[in-house]
Ligand binder design. Sequence first.
Ligand code: PLP
Length: 388
Amino acid sequence: MEINQLNPDIVSVAPSALRVFDHEISADPDIVKLTLGEPDFNVPEHIKQAAIASINADQSHYPYYWGIQELRDAASTYYREKFGYQYTADQIVCTVGATEGLSATFKTLFQPGDGVLIPMPAYPVYKAMALVNHLKPIMIDTTANGCVLKPQQVTDAIKANPDVTIRGVVITDPSNPTGVVYSEDQLAALVPVLRDNKIWVISDEIYGELTYGVQHYSLSRWLPDQTIIINGLSKSHAMTGWRIGFAFGPTGVIDQIAKAHQFQVTTPTSIVQYAAVEALTHGQNDAAAMRKVYEKRCDYLKQELTKLGVTYVEPQGAFYIFMKIPEQCQLDSFAFARQLAKDYHVGLMPGAPFGDPQALRISYASSNENLHAAVDALTKELTKLGVL
Ligand code: PLP
């Protein structure tokens, strides 16, 4: 069999550089990893018990493809109370993590050749999803504006791409990899240009519960008819491996996303859906305890990086710090990260896959001990390179 007979959309897309790098450094048994975006907390006990009860109650049948009614009712209430989302249960599809919600949304909203704006630095999955769906990802560098997309940049991108119909934008708020949170004013400022140009908003709000001293707003408040929200329990309830997420959207559009979802995976498992009902009905405070810990770790890293003279994008949410590699190092992000892993057994994520080859992403979803090890390794590496 020939590889060139396989689907070229898949063959031509590189596997996730983040996963590949993480796998590479994992060969070192002593490695301390601050690479993946994975909460280091266990699933709250009451949710585990709900999953066990669901198994014992033989809730083992095919759930309806949109997700079970109880879960969509619970999601409608939970997210309305948390963030003011205005969606009834029949405007919510339960997906296999946020990732599957993104995938079904990309598939449904766009046609081959459409342009999708991706403000950078960004979670690399968006670009890959655009490519496998024959779309044109248009990357917009936002570093000069504190990693927030400005309305003028949307206008400029439209002008700079006269042959492309720009039909979508992805907003990640709070952001992976920078932890930046859009303010109410910054979101409101984007509304006229997105509305006038009929640009769909894919609003990835998976870190919405993890903000430090600032409030999370959703663009759906201003643009309910042209926004699809992606959210889920991976980060808020430390349930990454359970694979449960949600897509929220206007009637008519969400129905089509539900179909795309049905044909790609059908549903998350029944047991996880029943456990997720518990998370959304009795787990309103689950994220708060984790958030407190993350915030302390974030403060610690900011303080230590500042002491080292290392600059970073000011984070207000998620569990990442996006730091600049000092120019004097003369190493790009992969070279620096590899060297740090080799010399001091600490893994930080290269910034290049996020769009900045001179940055590193530190995930502080990791123990204090690991954070200390990372600061120690950075200190030694920067000393060795003559920066300190
Ligand atoms: N969106 C963003 C911005 C993420 O950082 C991640 C995971 O790191 C996801 C989506 C994927 O979420 P899930 O595990 O629920 O598929």
